[in-house]
Design a binder for this molecule. Sequence first.
Ligand code: KG4
Ligand code: ZN
Length: 338
Amino acid sequence: MLVLGIETSCDDTAVALYDEQAGVLIHELSSQAALHNLYGGVVPELASRDHVKHLLPLIEKSLRQKGLTVGTIDGIAYTSGPGLVGALMVGACLAKTLAYALGKPAIGLHHMESHLLVVGLLQQPPQFPYLALLVSGGHTLLVHVYDRGVYKIIGRTLDDAVGEAFDKVAKVLGLPYPGGPAVAALAKQGGGKRFHFPRPMANQANCNFSFSGLKTHVVHTVQRWGNDPSTLADIAAAFEEAAVDTLINKCILALSQTKLCSLVLVGGVAANAKLRERLSEIALPLGVSLYYPPSSWCTDNAIMVAYNGYLHLAAGKQDPDNAIVTKPRWSMESLEHF
Ligand code: KG4
Ligand code: ZN
């Protein structure tokens, strides 16, 4: 079975082909970072327009590079939510139209589930059940993963997502969008000891997060002290330490509450080297196996969509009709076992 995956939920237009036998055949991505960087964050209308411009050429390019034609595709998977409604519409419209024209099934998928299930492509994938930390620009979730499609959210952010905090901190530090990689690079040049930022909700016995207070603390510190490059690097390092500490403390709490022995780290912020390193350090003494995908599978991509689409289609799932439906807000807990 050959599945075309389409990802357009935010600011990356991505296309991948996944083959049941051969695995990932190709992945093509057009980043809108430079476009949105001019405005310091994602401008939804510009995102939609850029997806319109790039999506079809990317599909054609992917097929051409593999010497394939649209007729060889057995099914089309696309992200139907959550995300920016206009951006999602572009992917959904093209996916459903193509599927209709080819007489092939289409499947609309949950973006965070695709982030999560991409670990199935690792050489040694985790076995269910496991705990997952899903960290991206829009979500910060601790999820008890019972099986495919069976998720219980045991912790979430009460305000900003951790990726959003990285992006906003980058902005006050004068760094480009997306902020995560830029803050991490600057943090490497600084020391985390000169400033100490709060670890929000650390003393609460639940698995929820809050990042807006931490972000405000950083803003005030930059305003008060941040007038030379080495101070800005120290602030970046202290912020990264605080954000990573906060995530790790809640992972430890969730592991002890659920008694799960496997921890999966996914989503754009999972590309953060400090977070990976610190989680690796705590996993061994806790007797927990840690799993995370390569960085390019952490940030938005279409490999995760094509693969999740393959899993759904192979299990006999497909969109019930030809209506074009997107779900900008959509809880993982409402998904079904497959
Ligand atoms: O999963 P993703 O690509 O898109 C969403 O679904 O939101 O995640 C994007 C987020 C952005 O906030 C970005 O700044 C953050 O992931 N990010 C990072 C790193 N790479 C990307 N945050 C910290 N460190 C990184 N290396
Ligand atoms: Zn994402």
